[in-house]
Design a protein around this ligand. Structure first.
Ligand code: MG
Length: 203
C-alpha cells in the first residue's frame, strides 16, 4: 500500500507558507508505517517543536492502473474521507531551506491520519465537497474541493504516469489555509460537510 500526498493544491495555503504556485501537482509519499486509523491517539514525537495539522480530503484507490487518462480517472477511487497530513514544520523549513527532501518532516510514523471511509458515487465525485477541521471544538480549517488547483482527475492521472496505482493506495489531495501547530492534550475533529469522520487526541 502506498500513500501519495499532493502539496500546494490550494492557493490560499500556498500564500500562507510563501511558496510558489506550481504548474504541475507537487507529489510526495509516506510509507505504510505512517498510517494511523480508527481514531487512535497520536503521540507527539520528540524530534519536533512545531507539529502542524494539515486537514485534507483523502481518496481510496479501488483499481490497479498505470498512465490513466483524466477522462477515466474518477473510476479509480471508490471512497473518500478526511485525513491529517502531519508535518513537523520546523524540520520541513530546514529541509526546504537547504534543498533537502521532506521525508523526516512528513513521513514519520503515524503522520498520515485517516478517518472513516465514506463510499462515493460517480455523481458525487463531480460535485464540490466542503470539509473542515476543528481543534478543541473551534474551527481552524475550512476547505472546498472546488478551490483545488488540480482536480481529482488531474491528480490521479498525473501520479499514475510515474507510479502504478494499486487497490488500497491512498491519495491526500492537499490542504487549504489555516495550518497551525498542535499541542499535547488537543482534540482534532474533521468533517466532510456536516459528517464527522475523524476524531482523535494528541497525547
Ligand atoms: Mg499536505
Amino acid at each position: 500500500m502506498k500513500i501519495f500526498c499532493i502539496g500546494r493544491n490550494y492557493v490560499d495555503h500556498i500564500s500562507e507558507l510563501n511558496n510558489k504556485i506550481p504548474d504541475t501537482p507537487v507529489v510526495f509519499m509516506k510509507p505504510h508505517t505512517a498510517l494511523l486509523t480508527d481514531n487512535k491517539p497520536f503521540y507527539y514525537p520528540n524530534f519536533t517543536k512545531d507539529l502542524h495539522y494539515e486537514c485534507e480530503i483523502v481518496l481510496r484507490i479501488c483499481k490497479n492502473g498505470k498512465s490513466v487518462a483524466e477522462k477515466f480517472a474518477l473510476d479509480y477511487f471508490d471512497a473518500v474521507t478526511v485525513g491529517i497530513d502531519f508535518t513537523a514544520r520546523d524540520l520541513q523549513d530546514y529541509q526546504k531551506k537547504n534543498g533537502l527532501p521532506w521525508e523526516i518532516a512528513k513521513s514519520f510514523d503515524n503522520a498520515a491520519v485517516v478517518g472513516k471511509w465514506k463510499p462515493i458515487t460517480k455523481e458525487e465525485k463531480k460535485k464540490a465537497m466542503a470539509f473542515s477541521l476543528t481543534k478543541n471544538e473551534g474551527i481552524v480549517q475550512q476547505g472546498n474541493t472546488e478551490n483545488m488547483m488540480h482536480s481529482f482527475e488531474k491528480i490521479i492521472s498525473y501520479i499514475s504516469h510515474y507510479f502504478s496505482l494499486n487497490m488500497g493506495d491512498l491519495i491526500f489531495t492537499g490542504t487549504p489555509k489555516g495550518v497551525a501547530s498542535v499541542q499535547i492534550g488537543d482534540t482534532l475533529c474533521a468533517y466532510i460537510g456536516e459528517e464527522n469522520l475523524l476524531q482523535f487526541e494528541i497525547k
